[in-house]
Design a protein around this ligand. Sequence first.
Ligand SMILES: [Zn+2]
Length: 69
Amino acid sequence: MAVRQLPPVREMSERQQRGWCCVWCRERLGVDLGTDLGEQRVSPPDGAAYSWFPRECADATACADRAAR
Ligand SMILES: [Zn+2]
């Protein structure tokens, strides 16, 4: 499965940064749902480095449909 380039963290909501909602379609993810995309380190030019924890829907097809809306 191809790894998609993650969208810029600045465009993500707090829920998306915390992995509560899908990074692509913003669908709320249950505790055991969604695919963990791994910890992402960000080093903003104007602030301290931090981590965020993106997750995406397990069902990529349904996710793509929602994201396209
Ligand atoms: Zn999704």
